[in-house]
Design a binder for this molecule. Structure first.
Ligand SMILES: C[S@@+](CC[C@H](N)C(=O)[O-])C[C@H]1O[C@@H](n2cnc3c(N)ncnc32)[C@H](O)[C@@H]1O
Length: 310
């Protein structure tokens, strides 16, 4: 039998060529196999590991060396204060996306009973975090991927976020009256999106948030490992990465209350282009905010009072 220290060294060595954090990956994977915190590995380096656990660890190292992300191997990723289950159908939530959460909370957390829409929810990281932070809000989460939406529902259940509703479809089509009525027939626990006064028109939102696909297919910054393991549909967008950002910005005013916020994550070189789109579609108070690395990461604007609802 091998000891913890020896396994960590072997694992890190095997990951040298494939990972930019081989020691960390080996440590996270061994802690997972042993069902312990990482501090246990540092405290008991000479402790022997059973053959069963050793084999399991070696299999994980093999899959990691072949390019599988650590989060998919573990089956989860921590985001904000919560643990989200992930699989190959969901984007792995990124720390940069926590900026979007901060921006929403800074502007709106002092208000109760808001309607918030998260377009392209993936694992549900944004929608569920907002719903947990503000339990009086109603948060709608949509995605074009049925498998991603099913993972998001699972996460909402595990995290006991009863104030999140789910709807399948492409951007605002997920809110169409047909989808909404089918949804409320199929799943009576979901709240209907049709407003009482205008049954044909979905409810208006106080804020729309999204982290849409925004990477150009030929972007040199997209690592081969990310491109081959995470869903292409979650990453790549046409028109140099702007196609989905523009679809969301173009449709947002029809679904926002006057003065309602649209807040979007985007690529670090897309700030000026996204601000132009916000202005072109009549948004006020447009600005771009930077992530912890100092990169442009999110842009936001408010629906002008004068934009007519569709
Ligand atoms: C970058 S991922 C973001 C996932 C999650 N919101 C997060 O931040 O971790 C983009 C998500 O948008 C979804 N998506 C892509 N195209 C879409 C479309 N046309 N309509 C709705 N959702 C779409 C993808 O399936 C994916 O879950």
């Amino acid at each position: 039998m091998a000891c913890i220290k020896a396994l960590l060294e072997q694992g890190a060595q095997a990951l040298l060529a494939s990972s930019c954090s081989p020691e960390l990956d080996a440590s996270v994977l061994l802690a997972h196999v042993l069902e312990r915190e990482s501090v246990y590995l540092r405290t008991w380096p000479e402790r022997e590991v059973s053959l069963t656990c050793q084999r399991e660890f070696e299999q994980f190292i093999g899959r990691r060396a072949a390019g599988q992300p650590v989060a998919y191997l573990l089956g989860y990723k921590d985001f904000w204060d919560y643990r989200f289950n992930v699989d190959e159908h969901t984007l792995i939530p990124r720390p940069e996306t926590e900026l979007l959460i901060e921006l929403v909370l800074q502007r709106l957390s002092d208000q109760d009973a808001l309607n918030i829409l998260d377009l392209g929810t993936g694992s549900g990281a944004i929608a569920i975090t907002l719903a947990k932070q503000c339990s009086l809000w109603n948060v709608w989460a949509t995605d074009i991927s049925a498998k991603a939406l099913s993972k998001a529902r699972e996460n909402a259940q595990l995290l006991d976020a009863g104030n999140v509703m789910f709807s399948l479809g492409a951007w605002y089509e997920a809110l169409s009256p047909e989808v909404v009525s089918a949804l409320s027939l199929q799943d009576r626990t979901d709240v209907s999106l049709a407003s009482e006064s205008h049954p044909e028109k979905p409810v208006s939102f106080d804020a729309i948030v999204a982290n849409p696909p925004y990477i150009a297919a030929d972007d040199e910054h997209l690592s081969a490992q990310v491109a081959s393991s995470e869903p292409r549909q979650a990453l790549i967008s046409a028109h140099q990465g702007f196609a989905d950002l523009e679809s969301i910005i173009a449709g947002a005013s029809g679904y926002l209350v006057p003065g309602g916020w649209l807040m979007l994550e985007h690529g670090f070189q897309q700030g000026p282009g996204v601000r132009d789109l916000f202005e072109q579609y009549g948004f006020d108070a447009v600005e771009t905010c930077q992530d912890l690395a100092g990169h442009d990461r999110c842009s936001l604007g408010r629906r002008s009072d004068t934009v007519a609802m569709e």
